[in-house]
Design a protein around this ligand. Structure first.
Ligand code: GUN
Length: 283
């Protein structure tokens, strides 16, 4: 079994991004800017945002945290997004999810101008992805594709099974695998005989948010297993895959922590640099 080491690969990518940013700053005179909007104080969101800020600072991207109270109205949050859309110092905008229940999440995401939508969650970037057009790609599935490429894992003609159909991971993941000519199946909470389907997978990607849900008998011998889960149990972090039981059956497996998570962040930073170059028309 080979461990898909997202932590080290992400370090390498961040060093490369930092070099590119330094060169861009020297040439253009301004740094790429990223606005991170955090609504309320959800503990998991605070950790994610802190990690994003830290990584952006490391890469010399100017990241600003804009924190607002959880009682903000949908209209006030929309006004904030409109203001950030107009602000030339920001080339990327993200609104950390989830948002409080009284706010329509998709309305906020779609208010971000597509050129600055560095999460790639807006309807324009998603529509382009689903149409096979160039676009800003969602950071988590983009990071997974980079990880598979780094380890020279062939996708063409392979059976890829994605467990989970979220807008953030499952659906865009399926599209990116399809783009690389994998045969893609999407499973979800209503799928019947899930284990029989996952057992057919050459590439198994799991993003369901259920602690150690995928067991040994659900995995094919020699499979490539990507675990997107981050489940906190008694202060410890576990994936959606029962790593200890599954690992010896796999050709490759991504650990939690240290697998997909760090690559989500480096992909977000890469998206910010892509957005900056597009907005400023830099080749
Ligand atoms: N919440 C969980 N994952 C993400 C992400 O990738 N981006 C944003 N904005 N919110 C999230």
């Amino acid at each position: 079994m080979i461990l898909l080491d997202g932590k080290n690969y992400s370090k390498k990518l961040k060093n490369e991004l930092r070099e590119e940013v330094d060169q861009l700053i020297e040439k253009v005179g301004i740094a790429p800017g990223l606005a991170i909007v955090l609504v309320g104080e959800d503990p998991a969101s605070c950790i994610y945002v802190r990690n994003k800020m830290k990584a952006a600072n490391f890469c010399h991207i100017k990241a600003d945290l804009i924190q607002v109270t959880k009682t903000i109205s949908e209209n006030e949050l929309l006004d904030l997004v409109y203001k950030l859309n107009q602000d030339d110092t920001y080339h990327g905008i993200i609104v950390q999810l989830p948002l409080p229940k009284h706010i329509n999440e998709q309305a906020i995401i779609d208010a971000i101008i597509d050129k600055k939508d560095v999460d790639g969650f807006g309807i324009i970037n998603k529509g382009k992805l689903f149409s096979g057009l160039p676009c800003i790609k969602s950071a988590t599935p983009k990071g997974i594709m980079k990880l598979l490429e780094e380890y020279d894992i062939e996708l063409e003609g392979k059976n890829a099974v994605v467990v989970g159909r979220s807008n953030i991971v499952g659906k865009p993941m399926a599209m990116m695998l399809l783009e690389k000519n994998a045969t893609v199946t999407i499973c979800h909470s209503r799928t019947k005989k899930l284990g029989e389907i996952t057992k057919q997978a050459d590439i198994l990607i799991v993003a369901i948010g259920k602690d150690r849900f995928i067991k040994e008998n659900m995995v094919k011998d020699g499979a490539v297993v990507i675990d997107v889960g981050t489940n906190r149990v008694d202060e410890k972090l576990y994936g959606d895959v029962d790593f200890e039981n599954v690992k010896d059956k796999c050709a490759y497996i991504s650990p939690v922590p240290g697998g997909v998570g760090p690559l989500t962040i480096s992909s977000l930073l890469e998206n910010t640099i892509i957005a900056y170059k597009n907005i400023l028309n830099i080749k």
